[in-house]
Design a protein around this ligand. Structure first.
Ligand SMILES: Cc1ncc(COP(=O)(O)O)c(C=O)c1O
Length: 414
């Protein structure tokens, strides 16, 4: 079946393809032949999505509880997000940073207010937001210390992205070792270990960089005293506290940003993933002196936060408010965890770590990959972290019946 989308393009609604239709086998061949092989893809080709559901090339339906790795905040193809993108694309898509535009200015105001910050820089991804935060911390330190004040203390098992500075910041050597020599000045300490943090932060530290909940590391929330200690150490040593909320931000945990659960306010806050609801955008938010550090010429990005990306992000933020998705994230997360604590799950799990709709399930058996594939076979998408942990990060508008359906699939296979 085909639908005309414009004078020259035709959308095949069965395959989700625009232009000449290629078969599923051909798609897989082209992918294998022409893409740099950096992803181990699962064996399905996704064609279209609606709400919490996606469909593959054979027409099979899945509950998408990975949501593009905590990105599809509003689910797939939410009409308000689609309309905002269509309207902005037909009006003004991209201009560069040379000019003022309304979508960028309005999003800057909205996001900084929601985040409790003063200013924002928009980029295209989480890694770019981290790069910006690192550059601010390094420059800011120049006014407080000598040439040796460039140390950045981060946590083991953290994840901050794939650019060279971001993989260096990431506390998992497998991501950075192949690309050595890495960026100077990073040290990694065990997460949630106050004594180790105290030992590592000195007058040569320019920043402490932490995720309030380690996402790629296995869904491990920080302890409140740990983040409080990080704040106090930064204050003592004139260092900036950076919270990486690329995964935890934008209502994922039931609050706009996870730091609000802790009452510990960072100087720099990174956001991406859920912010655009599927449209690429990243943000480095800053307050106080950190917000006054960069001057014209210090930083930039050709695409970063263009009118189209900002219109998409504004639609995401407004829809979260209009549809009360902070409350839904909190309530559905609590319901999910409540059900997982009941039999028969209770006996199969060693731990459930969750805040809102950021849920890590630790299996007794080192079986996460098998469970992931079996769930996919039965129509549920999630991700596995290591051998034991399943990560569940559904859209923030997920419903109780959808969670019941996911649990009914999981019950037979964990
Ligand atoms: C906490 C955190 N920071 C940074 C990143 C990198 O984001 P991106 O892949 O958009 O560059 C990720 C991605 O998973 C992340 O989880």
């Amino acid at each position: 079946m085909t639908t005309a989308t414009s004078n020259s393009y035709t959308l095949d609604t069965l395959t989700g393809q625009i232009g000449p239709v290629v078969s599923d086998a051909e798609i897989k061949q082209l992918d294998a032949a022409y893409l740099l092989p950096v992803y181990s893809r699962l064996p399905i080709t996704l064609v279209r999505g609606a709400g919490s559901r996606v469909w593959d090339a054979d027409g099979k339906e899945y509950l998408d509880f990975l949501a593009g790795i905590a990105v599809n905040t509003l689910g797939h193809c939410h009409p308000k997000l689609v309309a905002a993108i269509q309207e902005q694309a037909a009006t003004l898509m991209h201009t560069s940073g040379y000019y003022f535009t309304a979508p960028v200015a309005k999003l800057a105001e909205k996001l900084t207010k929601l985040a409790g910050m003063d200013r924002v820089f928009f980029g295209n991804s989480g890694a770019e937001a981290i790069e910006c935060a690192i550059k601010i911390a390094r420059k800011h330190a120049k006014s407080y210390g000598g040439p040796s004040k460039f140390g950045i203390v981060a946590a083991q098992m953290s994840f901050h992205g794939r650019t060279l500075a971001a993989v260096t910041a990431t506390g998992q050597p497998k991501y950075s070792a192949p690309f050595a020599p890495v960026v100077q000045g990073f040290t990694h300490v065990p997460f949630n270990d106050i004594a180790a943090l105290e030992a590592a932060v000195t007058e040569d530290t320019c920043a402490v960089l932490l995720e309030p909940i380690q996402g790629e590391g296995g869904i491990y929330p920080a302890h409140k005293p740990y983040l409080e200690a990080a704040r106090a150490l930064c204050d003592k040593h004139d260092a900036l506290l950076i919270f990486d909320e690329v995964q935890t931000g934008i209502a994922r945990t039931g609050k706009w940003f996870a730091y609000e659960h802790y009452g510990v306010v960072p100087d720099l806050l990174t956001s991406a993933k859920g912010l655009g609801g599927g449209f690429p955008i990243g943000a480095c938010l800053a307050r106080g002196e950190a917000a006054e550090t960069l001057v014209p010429g210090d930083h930039g990005s050709t695409y970063g936060g263009n009118p189209l990306a900002c219109a998409a992000a504004m639609a995401v933020l407004e829809t979260i408010e209009e549809e009360h998705l902070l409350a839904n994230s909190h309530a559905m997360g609590a319901y999910f965890v409540h059900r997982l604590n009941e039999k028969p799950f209770r006996d199969k799990l060693t731990d459930i770590r969750a805040l809102g709709l950021m849920i890590g399930i630790e299996l007794k058996a080192p079986d996460a990959k098998r469970v992931l594939l079996a769930a996919m076979e039965r129509g549920l998408l999630m991700s596995a972290i290591g051998d034991h942990t399943l990560r569940i990060v559904p859209p923030l508008n997920v419903s109780q019946p959808e969670i019941d359906q996911a649990l009914a699939i999981l019950v037979g296979i964990v």
